[in-house]
Design a protein around this ligand. Structure first.
Ligand code: SF4
Length: 531
């Protein structure tokens, strides 16, 4: 069997990819399972689909987020028009709503939650989905959803190796941030106390906040775990960490393929190895125990000792932390290995009561303190907020604006504001998504303040020197190139010939082009494009 795996992650509406230089961990994980089952798999990105000889394939797999619905549906319609046979399977967050994935988009099968074991079973049974856990399918025009698959134990999860070869199918893989999953799941089993549309409401039993770890897993009124807007704990369960050996092998494999920017990913890097401290209990407490400093040190030092990383030819960064786990010791450890790297912290709302009602594991004050700590240890704190959340009111919006100013004063280098989007399998699944900020004065207050702060932070970038990887020609300006900062940051447009593509360069920022791009001049090529 020959499978075409199409990555539409983050595509959203056609032609409007949210982040252009990101290669997520999910599609490579799926490709790894298919390779392990002896299936021939090729990967294509959404924008390349028209160039693929579709008739060569027997099955279509699509990896998509909820917002990628239009792009996923378009890929499927091209497939049906040109191939008109073979099974079409969708996975990723879009699949968590089987009605959308099957009845509305038209896929034959959707894989809900952790895909590895489900895919293996499906392949073994030649895609006969009956009795396969974690699958939705269509039978006589009805959507059938099988029971969910229990979360994989750590040892089973660690056996799966994401494909490294398929990374070369991404057009700008050598300049993109390639995500390597090091820990899966989230330990926040607190729950929202806001009343849900179907009448469920927290009774205040406090089991999910003060109970034993096992007890926190179940809520007597079946409110999904985690922050109300998030589906990570209900989809992927509590954290499980991969072994250092497997992670290092994967990073080395990606480097061999030519990748230069790698991100050790997870919903929180500080969860790495915490599960080992409470095993065999599930890690369902977001605050205790503290991070597993030994496990973190072992991982970081092993990855940073890979020769190409040590020599500065390849950059390895991290992404997210929860404020409640960012102790002084944790910040010091991150500073030791990742100085200069951006670290994202979710604040989401600046109002303490609102934060508690949503089910947040950390309070806004802790986020301000975490920003200070990261800054002190040489990292670049980025802070997330969400507008339009259930429970947003005048007080929460004002408090959010206030905390945004405080995190900026404490040293945040960027503020990212999302609009609340109701996600399948989250507690807020049946709540309406937040309106666009233009239609809600309170959301507008939050968005405007974020823009104001970011503009002044971007002005600070002027004249600074940034290390970047040259990715491609910039089509809008002759003799210009696009470069991506090695860790994260706005796209940089520089003058130069295409010989520089693939090179690591030092760039001085000379101007602002748009909210997502700056102009710069190349000072020197630190590493040439080849070798
Ligand atoms: S969300 Fe559920 S488990 Fe948590 S306190 Fe409320 S009723 Fe108890």
């Amino acid at each position: 069997m020959r499978v075409l795996l199409v990555d539409v992650l983050g595509q959203g509406e056609e032609g409007r990819k949210a982040t252009i230089d990101v290669i997520g961990a999910g599609p490579r994980a799926v490709a790894g399972v298919l390779e392990r089952c002896g299936v021939d798999v090729d990967l294509a990105t959404y924008d390349r689909i028209s160039k693929v000889k579709l008739r060569r394939y027997d099955a279509l797999f699509v990896s998509a987020m909820t917002v990628d619905f239009p792009a996923a549906r378009r890929v499927l319609s091209i497939w049906k028009r040109i191939v008109g046979r073979g099974i079409a399977v969708v996975g990723g967050p879009l699949a968590c709503n089987p009605y959308d994935a099957l009845a509305r988009a038209g896929f034959d099968l959707c894989v809900i939650g952790e895909a590895e074991q489900t895919l293996e079973e499906l392949i073994e049974r030649n895609f006969d989905a009956e009795d396969v856990k974690g699958v939705g399918y269509v039978e006589r025009e009805d959507v059938v959803v099988n029971p969910l698959r229990p979360i994989m134990p750590r040892e089973s999860y660690d056996q799966y190796i994401p494909s490294v070869e398929v990374v070369r199918s991404y057009p700008l893989f050598f300049a993109s941030r390639v995500y390597v999953e090091v820990v899966r799941g989230c330990s926040n089993y607190y729950r929202t106390t806001l009343p849900l549309p179907d009448g469920r409401q927290c009774t205040g039993c406090n089991k999910c906040r003060t109970g034993e770890l096992e007890e926190r897993y179940y809520c007597p009124v079946e409110i999904p775990p985690g922050c109300g807007f998030c589906s990570v704990p209900s989809t992927f369960g509590p954290p499980r960490s991969r072994s250092v050996k497997k992670i290092v092998e994967e990073v080395e494999g990606l480097i061999e393929e030519g990748c230069k920017r790698i991100v050790l990913s997870g919903s929180d890097i500080l969860e790495y190895g915490r599960d080992l401290l409470v095993e065999p209990e599930p890690l369902t407490d977001p605050r205790s125990p503290e991070p597993n400093y030994e496990a973190l040190e072992e991982l970081f030092s092993a990855v940073k000792s890979i020769p190409q990383v040590e020599k500065g030819e390849v950059f390895v960064g991290i992404e997210n932390v929860k404020a409640c786990l960012l102790t002084e010791e944790a910040a010091k450890l991150l500073g030791k290995y990742f100085a200069g790297c951006p670290v994202h912290i979710g604040c989401e709302t600046g109002d303490e009561e609102h934060a508690r009602a949503i089910g947040r594991p950390s309070m806004p004050r802790e986020v301000v303190e975490a920003v200070r700590r990261l800054k002190r240890h040489g990292l670049q704190p980025y802070v997330y907020f969400i507008h339009g959340l259930p429970g947003q009111n005048k007080r929460t919006a004002r408090q959010t604006v206030k905390i945004m100013r405080e995190v900026a004063r404490a040293g945040a280098e960027k503020i990212t504001i999302y609009r609340f989007q109701s996600l399948p399998m989250s507690a807020f699944e049946d709540m309406p998504s937040g309106p666009p900020a233009a239609r809600d004065p309170l959301s507008m207050e939050i968005v405007r303040e974020g823009e104001r702060i970011n503009l002044s932070l971007k002005e600070k970038l002027m004249g600074s020197t940034v290390k970047a990887v040259v990715a491609a020609k910039y089509p809008k300006i002759p003799n210009s190139l696009v470069a991506y900062p090695i860790y994260h940051g706005p796209v940089i447009v520089v003058r130069g010939s295409s010989d520089l593509i693939g090179a690591i360069v030092n760039v001085r920022v000379t101007g602002i082009l748009s909210s997502r791009a700056v102009r710069g001049e190349v000072l020197e090529a630190v590493r040439p494009s080849r070798g």
